[in-house]
Design a protein around this ligand. Structure first.
Ligand SMILES: Cc1ncc(COP(=O)(O)O)c(C=O)c1O
Length: 401
């Protein structure tokens, strides 16, 4: 039988969402219906080049066939059982994830989101050290649940989480002296986004990470990298932890989410055997953490990145993009690593450029720095797709600058 698909007009979708959903996000005027690779499409078939990767999630690209197939197959076997039973699917995902991580990271704890991973990382540090304090940084973002938002010294976020969890101390990103000044013997951990994404893609020199590692070791504190954005290949390496940019430094805990399940909600903490030895049965937990559907997505995501050479691709595309942006009028520089990039302009024009790109059907991200436009595209982005972006940007910038 022939069926005629009835397409709901955009205005109707938007009105319905606004009527029945809290207006907590400033949305783009796009109703996404389908996606493939670096592209998303509306129900009417209008295509957008997604250089924001569905909010830094679609590292394997939208609807990567391998991930979709793994989820489909798992859905027909067993959607979910908690950590109260063993599971071959969970064992495989944990082994694969640890296999991608630098030593001595050797154990995983699965949860459901970035904020939850950070809460558990801080709790692990408190359990390991018997102390309560946590030092985080100006410009860092760690999530919206009570402890994570209390660790977030970026804009208005911390204020939104009042009353804040006690014991959170703030240091200046990039300044080891400021960490040394606040990190007294009540401090269990120093936690940081190794590249601060929302703050406008801010990175410190490798020495800073080295000095942090040394200070943490000296004072008996754990070092936690929040790699919710930088992890899972985003920087052209599996993790910032252990990379050259990190001076080879591996923290005691790495937290992950976003790209880890290609869109199936999943978070994780990776930690060492030494930290793991302080965590006992029932100390940490969450019903949905380690569920089969999410675990199937994790394994397929990591395998897709590995087998399709996406880490090398991210580095090659970064290099191409940097070269092509060099002579675009108004571009003052390109920050970041791999495909976590901040395009910095001469003036506070990122929001205007974001809007103009969207009108040309290219999705990008803004940041809390009004001069910086953020790019977090799928790691399978091609140089041809980069060209579409650079040409559109060049046109827009010629008008503005
Ligand atoms: C660096 C970082 N940490 C933590 C979070 C919180 O993750 P989630 O939204 O999955 O709770 C985010 C979210 O944007 C993030 O960018």
């Amino acid at each position: 039988m022939m069926t005629t698909e009835v397409v709901t007009p955009f205005n109707e979708i938007a009105a319905r969402e606004e009527r029945f959903q809290l207006a907590t996000y400033k949305k783009m005027p796009v109703a996404a219906a389908r996606g493939l690779g670096a592209w998303v499409e509306t129900a009417e078939g209008v295509r957008y080049l997604d250089l924001y990767g569905g909010h830094a999630v679609a590292a394997t690209g939208h609807c990567h066939p391998r991930v979709v197939e793994a989820i489909r197959a798992q859905a027909g076997e067993l959607l979910f059982y908690s950590n109260l039973v063993y599971s071959a699917v969970r064992a495989r995902a944990a082994e694969k994830l640890v296999g991608c991580a630098p030593a001595p990271l050797a154990k995983t704890f699965f949860c459901n989101s970035g904020t939850e991973a950070n809460e558990n990382a801080m709790r692990m540090a408190r359990m390991k050290t018997g102390r309560e304090g946590v030092v985080t940084f100006t410009g860092g973002f760690h999530g919206r649940t009570a402890d994570a938002i209390s660790a977030t010294f970026l804009g208005k976020y911390r204020e939104l989480g009042r009353p804040n969890v006690p014991g959170h101390l703030c240091a200046e990103f990039g300044s080891i002296e400021s960490v040394a000044a606040v990190a007294d013997d009540t401090v269990a951990a120093v936690m940081l986004e190794p590249i601060q994404s929302m703050a406008g893609v801010r990175q410190a020199p490798p020495e800073f990470y080295q000095e942090l590692r040394e200070l943490c070791d000296e004072r008996g504190m754990l070092l936690i990298y929040d790699e919710v954005q930088t992890g899972v290949g985003r920087t052209g390496e599996w993790f910032f932890a252990g990379s050259e940019a990190s001076a080879g430094v591996v923290p005691d805990v790495v937290t992950l989410a976003k790209a880890l399940g290609s869109g199936v909600p999943v978070g994780a903490c990776l930690t060492t055997d030494v930290v793991a030895s302080s965590i006992r049965e029932n100390d940490l937990g969450t019903t949905f953490g380690g569920g089969m559907l999410a675990m199937a997505a994790v394994t397929a995501t990591l395998e897709a990145i590995e087998e399709e050479g996406m880490l090398a691709n991210a580095r090659a595309v970064e290099s191409h993009l940097r070269g092509r942006l060099a002579d675009v009028p108004g571009v003052a520089g390109v920050r970041g690593r791999g495909l976590l990039l901040g395009v910095e302009f001469d003036s506070e024009s990122a929001a205007r450029i974001h809007k103009a790109l969207l009108e040309r059907r290219i999705i990008t991200g803004t940041s809390s720095d009004p001069r910086v436009l953020r790019l977090l595209p799928p790691l399978c982005l091609s140089n041809g797709e980069v060209e579409l972006f650079v040409e559109a940007l060049r046109e827009i910038c010629r008008e503005i600058f």
